[in-house]
Design a protein around this ligand. Structure first.
Ligand code: MG
Length: 399
């Protein structure tokens, strides 16, 4: 199997971002930026090893930022990006991988799909980089800074913006960096594709992503922060429901919306469907909306003999009104009889219909109490339900 390593370049001082802490260690959504950049590689199934090139002064920051991540020991970077990469490659050379992906620590939004595209492209070529075709019109400025004017418009046909990761067959890029050090003195290569190009290596352009931007300025950091907090615009809440109804003479029961022929019926104001009542209370509980009795008082004649799917549908409607959605509902029916197993699939279907969610989000289970207690003596049926709901987090706090 192809062995792929990742080399993350984090040795820069980030002179464009003010602050005592270098930008790769600045917090982003409560986590150091570097940690986010690393996590995509450390958690990727095709990446066997991750190595970071750091600034010698940053060892303590690095240790704190990467605690618990499966990484090789860091390597000390050099004065330039090119030197840091070369040192990183040399540090991998004793146990050389087949492929190496070189990535800037300042791009924390690299994703698994992009990593996968690059590795796939390296099956064809010795080099492959993430890049985006240029969409903006390019202007060449006259040299009248600080108030430049347009000298000419540059044809953007065939122009791409290079990102990282940049991937290479390991021996090829190691050799290119070694030769660049000895033979291209005085030239500073700003990315590894430039080193590869100088060395005559063919480099494929692989579609990057706008999300994979480099955090360079304070504006970038603010944009990154907005993106990260965007992931957190929802919150999850859980509610619990419990219900019991006793038996009385009859010939059927309703459980989770399914009519089951039985020698007794459940006694209650409505159709006494304990499963639907517990489920309704679970959702109302997750919403902090009281219980089924608040919404459908037994004193109200409207609910006399009412089919209980109305109650559950109402709870689902309240959830929808809050902009939320059901993550899952799990109902447990507790009785000796009737037997639930033969009706379980129909119950799941019915609950999913009432709630208007996929069946995969609904669970129905049944248990007996081994002959103990009121359910064991066949005096009635109990039901428990747990519902987890997703709700949009309100701006400005809890409301
Ligand atoms: Mg009830």
């Amino acid at each position: 199997m192809t062995r792929c390593a990742a080399l993350i370049v984090a040795a820069g001082r980030g002179s464009r971002l003010k602050g005592r802490v270098p930008k790769q260690y600045r917090p982003l959504g409560g986590e150091p930026l570097l940690r986010r950049s690393l996590a995509a590689f450390a958690g990727h199934p095709a990446i066997a090893a991750v190595k970071v090139a750091i600034h010698p002064d940053d060892r303590a920051l690095y240790d704190a930022a990467t605690r618990g991540l499966p990484l090789l020991d860091p390597v000390m970077g050099g004065a330039t990006r090119q030197e840091s990469v070369w040192r990183g490659l040399e540090s991998l050379a004793s146990a050389p991988p087949d492929l190496v992906l070189i990535h800037d620590a300042a791009r924390p939004f690299v994703d698994h799909a992009l990593i996968h595209r690059l590795i796939a492209a390296l099956g064809e070529r010795a080099g492959a980089i993430a890049a985006l075709p240029l969409a903006d019109t390019l202007k060449q400025a006259s040299d009248t800074a600080p108030s430049p004017v347009v000298a000419t418009t540059v044809d953007r046909t065939g122009l791409w913006r290079a990102q990282t990761p940049q991937g290479f067959r390991f021996p090829v890029i190691l050799d290119a960096h070694r030769r660049a050090r000895s033979d291209a003195l005085g030239r500073e290569f700003t990315d590894d594709a430039a080193v590869a190009e100088w060395a005559g290596i063919e480099v494929a352009l692989v579609m990057g992503s706008e999300g994979n931007f480099k955090v360079t300025t304070e504006d970038d950091l603010a944009r990154a922060e907005r993106l990260v907090s965007g992931e957190d615009q929802n919150e999850y809440r859980t509610g619990f429901g419990f219900d019991v109804h006793g038996f009385e003479p009859g010939d059927h029961v309703f459980l989770c919306g399914v009519k089951i022929p039985f020698e007794k019926k459940l006694k209650g104001h409505s159709d006494a469907d304990v499963g639907l009542h517990a489920a309704t209370d679970a959702i109302l509980g997750a919403l902090g909306e009281g219980d089924i009795g608040v919404h459908f008082p037994p004193s109200d004649a409207r609910w006399k003999n009412a089919p209980s799917h109305l109650f559950l549908a109402r709870a689902a409607e309240l959830l929808e009104k809050r902009g939320g959605a059901l993550a899952n509902l799990d109902v447990t029916l507790i009785c000796e009889a009737p037997r639930i197993g033969p009706h379980r699939a129909e119950m799941v279907t019915r609950l999913a219909q009432i709630l208007r969610v996929p069946e995969a989000r609904v669970g129905v289970k049944a248990t007996t109490t081994e002959g103990l207690g009121f359910t064991g003596r066949g005096e009635g049926i109990a039901a428990q339900a747990v519902a987890t709901v997703r709700l949009p987090r309100r701006a400005g706090g809890d409301s």
